[in-house]
Design a protein around this ligand. Structure first.
Ligand SMILES: *Cc1c(COP(=O)(O)O)cnc(C)c1O
Ligand code: SF4
Length: 473
């Protein structure tokens, strides 16, 4: 080996070291610790007795997944019979009776649950309620906490922000999440909730399209639901074409939880995937952005099947962004959240938002404190690329829209009250978010049990916020 030529030292800086002498600033990394790259593969579903004989071809077939999706509590309990204790089964029965959401679980999801530890499993927690873990609702909680119905000029269309609107073409999803913000509408009626329904009907859509094209300021439409996975290919095209034809519309997002709960559809429902691709490509020619927004909450939801599906979308040039919901026992630790963010990046999905859990009925066990969100954000930012770092947001109860979690005017950690303003949506209004009572100190819980004290705490928080807000031009 030849000796490297001695570089001329610049005055005041030490001469550069020869190349072979790398300064060990960072300890070497064992590749085995890069767990975000280690995706579950193989025929993992065969662990479930009901799927023991299911071949890979069947499991990848979206028709097989849809046909075997479980929509009745009894069927679910049948499928896990022998895997869990009779006590757990009894606990689920109580959970189903009291849940605001109906049950809908895909075989893919069911196969990913660790049935040896069902109480702790992050997927079980999201989809299957158990009576013993349910907690009483916060006294400030209502069914449509985001006031989506109030901001609706047309059934199934929420126009809250100046230039963007939320269109709900249907009210079904490939699975039903316990924590759904739209439990007022999504899924079939339950013993607890009789829902507002948004059927996939072209006449209602026409009314929404008419409104959207009449509002020149609207540029950006979120096609949500429900779930775009449950639209037929022809309906995806119909909605996409109608919106792309409006000169005011520049951006469209199709929202679907599909990639997280049934990635098979992207791989084998060619008509649906081609319909989305067609709209994306047509949009590109018109210089309009059409993307997919999805909803992964836990790194375990991302398998080799997911990677194949996301690779297919990536090859077609389709941007996929992710919106997670922060949930207690699911993704409320630094390790899990970091792993989720890194693994999303690994499969070319951009982490966009992490929502602080909305004030939704019947799922108080899933909410956590704003402080948890702030702490997680601090640890996640810097762990990977900035564009793969999600913004932690609070969707302000009462219709204030999404706020950066850090942007509160005041946050009373002791009583769990944070106050936000939302000048771009509504001037001069305060929006309050409440931490779950069970995570507050015993003294604070005591205060919340007294109605007069509740009023006093809330008024004090608003007063402090008043003092905090300064006019800004
Ligand atoms: C979330 C949401 C949007 C989109 O908001 P972004 O912050 O741009 O993702 C639009 N309308 C409503 C009513 C929403 O809830
Ligand atoms: S996929 Fe979305 S809309 Fe459907 S139940 Fe889950 S959270 Fe609600």
């Amino acid at each position: 080996m030849s000796t490297p030529a001695n570089p001329l030292p610049v005055l005041g800086t030490p001469a550069r070291k020869p190349e072979e002498e790398i300064r060990p600033l960072k300890a070497p990394v064992d590749p085995a610790t890069l767990t975000h790259r280690q995706l579950l593969g193989g025929e993992f579903w065969r662990r479930i007795p009901a799927y023991a004989d299911v071949t890979e071809e069947q499991f990848l077939d979206h028709n097989w997944q849809s046909k075997h999706t479980i929509m009745k509590p009894e069927k679910l309990l049948e499928a896990v019979h022998g895997l869990v204790s009779p006590e757990f089964i009894a606990d689920c029965r109580v959970g189903f009776e009291r849940a605001p959401m109906s049950v809908r679980v895909s075989p893919y999801m069911l196969s990913l649950v660790d049935w040896e530890h069902p109480y702790e499993d992050p997927l079980r927690i999201q989809f299957i309620p158990v009576g013993s873990r349910l907690l009483p609702d916060h006294p400030k909680l209502g069914l449509d906490s985001l006031h989506e119905l109030e901001d609706s000029p047309v059934a199934g269309l929420t126009h809250r922000y100046p230039d963007k609107a939320l269109f709900l073409p249907l009210d079904t999803c490939p699975v039903y999440c316990r924590f759904c913000t739209r439990s007022y509408a999504i899924g079939i009626d339950t013993e607890q909730v009789e829902k507002v329904h948004f059927k996939a009907k072209t006449e209602r859509w026409q009314a929404a399209f008419k409104y959207i094209s009449s509002r020149v300021e609207l540029e950006d439409i979120v096609v949500s639901g429900g779930d775009a996975y449950n639209l037929r290919a022809s309906q995806v095209s119909e909605i996409g074409e109608a919106l792309l034809a409006m000169p005011n519309i520049r951006r469209i997002r199709f929202a679907t939880k599909g990639p997280a709960v049934m990635p098979q559809k992207i791989l084998t429902d060619h008509a649906w995937t081609d319909a989305i691709t067609g709209i994306v490509e047509k949009g590109r020619k018109l210089h309009k952005e059409v993307v997919i927004h999805t909803h992964f909450n836990h790194p375990k939801e991302i398998t080799e099947i997911t990677a194949r599906a996301m690779n297919l979308l990536f090859e077609r040039g389709i941007t996929v962004r992710n919106q997670s919901v922060l949930q207690r026992g699911v993704n409320d630790t630094v390790d899990v959240m970091k792993l989720l963010v890194k693994r999303l990046g690994h499969v070319n999905v951009h982490p966009y938002y992490v929502y602080v859990h909305d004030l939704v009925r019947g799922v108080e066990d899933l909410r956590t404190t704003l402080d948890t969100a702030l702490t997680l954000e601090k640890h996640v930012r810097g762990a990977t690329a900035g564009f793969n770092t999600p913004t932690f947001v609070v969707d302000a109860p009462g219709g204030g829209g999404k706020r950066d979690a850090h942007s509160f005017e005041t946050y009373d950690r002791e009583n769990g009250i944070s106050v936000y303003t939302s000048p771009a949506v509504k001037q001069g209004q305060f929006y309050l978010y409440y931490d779950p009572l069970q995570l507050l100190s015993p003294n604070a819980q005591e205060r919340w049990s007294i109605p007069a004290m509740q009023k006093q705490m809330v008024e004090a928080a608003i007063e402090r916020a008043h003092d905090q807000v300064r006019p800004f031009r």
